[in-house]
Design a protein around this ligand. Sequence first.
Ligand code: PEP
Length: 244
Amino acid sequence: MKKIFAANWKLNKSPLEATKFIQDFMKLAANGVFNQSDVLIFPSAFSMDAVSKACAGTKIQFGPQNIFSEKSGAFTGENSAEVAVQLGAQFFLVGHSERRQLFSEVDALLNQKVKLLQSLKVIPVFCIGETLDQRDAELTETVCFSQIEKGLAGIDTTQRLIVAYEPVWAIGTGKVATRDQVAEIHQKIFDKLTSMGFQNFQLLYGGSVKPENAKELLQVPHVHGFLIGGASLDPNTFYKICQS
Ligand code: PEP
């Protein structure tokens, strides 16, 4: 199974910068990377059309960082999953911790988003993870399981799903979960999803992944790839991670 390397650009990169990144990445990729890696890019909404055009004819796949839970209608300011699919998006971030924390997205809304994506036959990348306070209170498993149970309630367990475990305290902080911490929770998440009947899923780790720590973390059982923020903004650095 190929490893997945997903770039979350957050609110960075204009259409021109996004196009240049993809051109530069593809020059590096001429040395080979797609045989063993699936490369995904999550640009900000206004740069997705440029990413769609720049990715045409390449093996890079892409999708939005967020969509609304309805396809269309009177929802001023929101973005449509259906339109993203028309632009070629196949993978969709849902419930990134910044959406949960800064934009008050709750489990029930995220559940609707996942269901909408399944109805469009595209792949949700569903994000979960605990805060530092929750980890210190030994609530990591409780929080992650609750996010899974509520966010993935009633969805089709046969359709492909990606779950990204991202401890909130490791996102953008330079603090990386240790190999043992990742191994423990990934095993639990794997068992949980299996017990819920999911048959076709991959698990990503996210939180300050860099070329220096990527190799070690990729060897952890049930780590099928990474969701990468800061280190995905530079094509050389992102390429190094994709080569791990
Ligand atoms: C992220 O935003 O999903 C993320 C993991 O960020 P960073 O790699 O910068 O910690």
